[in-house]
Design a protein around this ligand. Structure first.
Ligand SMILES: Nc1nc2c(ncn2[C@@H]2O[C@H](COP(=O)(O)OP(=O)(O)OP(=O)(O)O)[C@@H](O)[C@H]2O)c(=O)[nH]1
Length: 402
């Protein structure tokens, strides 16, 4: 990836707009939650079927559809009843959440993680000196919060310098915590950048079951589409009909064609067809969903390797990003997921979801410290606006209740 950096143009940060309105960029009526997706699903699927415009199968009787932007014929799920120009559907007077409002959301999402740390620090240091016992207690607290042994030791080392046997305020401990966490995270906080010479830029999204892959793809598609990018989606999770349908809904809502086949179809063949169609149609981005797989299931991991191999037949640089979606609530198991997915599928970046539902958000610090893999974004909820680029300083402050 690094040698391509020069050719790439900045994208993800601008897309998500750290300083701009998030709502501005998201489609006005994009489904925000699985429930909304479900209700869209039943209502709209019926009409699609009645209209005879939807097909899941590229090979048999696939309905071809001319994409409004490209004029290229590809077999896709119907998108014409939804305006592909998502940007024009943006609210006329959008709410403008500022950088601060995302920070507030992040803080509140990370409350379980930060209050556990903060309460622990207060308990350890109120009216107590900084000595071997309190430092040991702090180290235990940090390790239990999944920050990792290395980071925990660095924090206690920094704290003890010049302060040993002296009283220390819990705020000072939290400040050192924030500084050290930021130091670990800063190098991995990177933006998803599209390779300007790749058409399409292929993003393969991998992870264990239920990590949030499909939802994350939907959110990414919404952001890319709102930025005027031509996005194609590939429903490579051929194990679950619901995952295929869920992706189709996102495709409809974002004006992005979805290449899909029936449940049980070969996902590498589907990925190949999708890349071929995306190239012919001059798409900017192809996001390929994959079935959730446990990292210890050898056959499934082999299948992922095959998807990568097959994509490379068409473009030796593809996939340009292999993004591992990690569910923060899985805690320490996420470490093993990174290890195995990196080894087998060549993971190049991470997105961590569900930081709003866990007291173990510190795992991101452990992962950054151990693997140094770029983190593109984090999720603190189910809505489009709940996925944002990863900012080390904000995360560190939120986790340390600063
Ligand atoms: N609270 C919370 N829920 C999330 C977040 N991201 C995704 N989810 C929810 O997590 C659930 C699983 O998400 P999916 O996108 O279906 O996960 P998946 O990885 O595609 O799942 P499989 O298809 O089983 O592999 C859904 O209910 C999502 O709405 C997040 O950041 N916070």
């Amino acid at each position: 990836m690094s040698e391509q950096k020069g050719k790439r143009r900045g994208m993800f940060g601008r897309l998500f707009g750290r300083e701009t309105s998030v709502e501005e960029t998201g489609p006005e009526d994009a489904p925000k939650t699985p429930d909304e997706i479900q209700s869209h699903e039943s209502a709209e699927h019926t009409s699609d079927v009645e209209a005879g415009t939807v097909t899941n199968d590229l090979s048999e009787g696939a309905v071809t559809d001319t994409h409004p932007r490209s004029g290229t014929e590809v077999a896709v799920t119907a998108v014409e009843e939804f305006s592909p120009d998502v940007a024009s559907e943006a609210p006329t007077e959008p709410e403008k959440p500022t950088q601060q409002s995302w920070f507030q959301k992040l803080r509140s999402g990370l409350t379980k993680t930060s209050s556990r740390l903060s309460d622990g620090i207060t308990g350890i240091f109120t009216k107590k000196k900084l000595d071997a016992t309190t430092l040991e207690d702090l180290e235990d607290l940090l390790i239990q919060a999944d920050l990792g042994v290395d980071t925990a030791m660095r924090i206690t080392d920094t704290l003890s310098k010049g302060r040993y046997e002296k009283g220390i305020a819990p705020e000072d401990v939290r400040r050192v915590l924030a500084e050290e966490v930021e130091r670990v995270l800063a190098p991995v906080a990177q933006t998803l950048e599209l390779n300007a010479s790749a058409r399409p830029h292929v993003i393969l999204v991998v992870g264990v079951n239920g990590a949030g892959k499909t939802t994350t793809i939907g959110k990414l598609a919404a952001k890319f589409a709102a930025d005027g990018k031509k996005v194609m989606l590939a429903a490579g999770d051929t194990f679950r009909a619901a995952a295929i349908d869920q992706l189709k809904i996102w495709g409809e809502r974002t004006g992005s064609p979805v290449i899909a086949r029936d449940v049980g179809a070969d996902s590498s063949g589907l990925a190949y067809d999708a890349l071929k169609a995306a190239r012919e149609g001059q798409y900017d981005v192809l996001i390929v969903d994959t079935a959730g797989r446990l990292q210890n299931k050898q056959a499934l991991m082999d299948e992922l390797v095959k998807v990568v191999r097959v994509l490379r037949k068409l473009d030796p640089d593809a996939p340009h990003d292999v993004t591992l979606v990690l569910d923060a609530t899985t805690g320490q198991n996420a470490m093993q997921q990174v290890e195995v997915f990196r080894e087998r599928a060549g993971v190049t970046a991470l997105i961590m979801t569900k930081l709003d539902g866990t007291a173990r958000g510190g795992i991101l610090v452990s992962i950054a410290s151990k693997f140094a893999i770029p983190v593109y974004a984090i999720g603190v909820g189910e809505g489009v606006e709940d996925l944002q680029p990863f900012d080390a300083a904000q995360f560190a402050k939120a986790i340390a209740s600063m």
